[in-house]
Design a protein around this ligand. Structure first.
Ligand SMILES: Nc1ncnc2c1ncn2[C@@H]1O[C@H](COP(=O)(O)OP(=O)(O)OP(=O)(O)O)[C@@H](O)[C@H]1O
Ligand SMILES: [Mg+2]
Length: 230
């Protein structure tokens, strides 16, 4: 079943100088339960595509449909509600709130849901345990290593049990050991918990964790291959 459909999407940024069109009539589908690695040179439109699939940005032309919902035409409030219930996003720079502990950062998305405090606490515990960060729950981001911050940002992305997990270079700033741990976690989320994942990466080793690798260049899909996990 198709979970994500990017239909003939064009994205143009109109700036002070020349317009930039990072995506040009791009169509792309992700099946329910798939794990896709998105690769391509710097500036090829990977983050732009991820942001459109998250409803963080809107296409200039075309539609983005996720789970039957045309998110590219939702109003801001409905989009925010949809995102909380359906989507987890792992930002490349972690984007943790510096004055909140790991626990509080992970709890944040749950405050938008209708949950009682004990229910929230239970979910935060489970998410922190899943990323092996229970013993650092009450540390602030600056008291965590880069790899631990990355794991806290993954816990935050999965705490509301999202259908779709989008990750922008989740191993980009990690050493090989921390990267391997993160990739193992993403594989488990996909294989055991059924999360559908789209991960942007520059690293061919990281891409091997996915089931499918899609290569983007100048806003077009130029190649696609299956991995050993397909
Ligand atoms: N908000 C914006 N306004 C204007 N141009 C933008 C904006 N966001 C991205 N671009 C341009 O769109 C193009 C694609 O950017 P994008 O961030 O999607 O690339 P990328 O494939 O993620 O690259 P990288 O691997 O370096 O992260 C680039 O030329 C970039 O400068
Ligand atoms: Mg990018």
């Amino acid at each position: 079943m198709k979970l994500i459909e990017v239909r003939h999407v064009t994205k143009t940024y109109a700036g002070a100088g020349e317009d930039v069109t990072p995506l040009d009539d791009l169509s792309f589908e992700v099946a329910d339960g798939d794990f896709v690695a998105l690769m391509g040179p710097s500036g090829s439109g990977k983050t732009t595509l991820l942001n459109l699939m998250a409803g963080i940005d809107q296409p200039t032309r075309g539609d983005v449909v996720v789970g039957g919902e045309t998110i590219s035409s939702l109003k801001p409030r409905a989009l925010a509600r949809w995102r909380t219930r359906n989507l987890g996003f792992v930002f490349q720079g972690y984007n943790l709130v510096p004055v909140l502990t790991a626990w509080e950062n992970v709890e944040l998305p749950l405050l938008l849901l209708d949950l009682k405090r004990p229910q929230r606490a239970r979910r935060v515990e489970v998410a922190l345990a899943a990323v092996d960060l229970a013993d650092r729950a009450h540390h602030l981001p600056r008291q965590l290593s880069g790899g631990q911050q990355q794991r806290a940002s993954i816990a935050r992305a999965i705490v509301a049990n999202p259908v779709v997990l989008l990750a922008d270079e989740p191993t980009g700033n990690l050493d090989r050991k921390a990267a391997t741990a993160t990739l193992t976690l993403l594989r488990r989320l996909n294989a055991e918990f059924g999360n559908t994942i789209v991960m942007v990466t520059h690293d061919p080793v990281a891409a091997e964790a996915a089931r499918r690798v899609v290569h983007l260049d100048k806003g077009h899909i130029i190649d696609e291959e299956k991995t050993t996990h397909a």
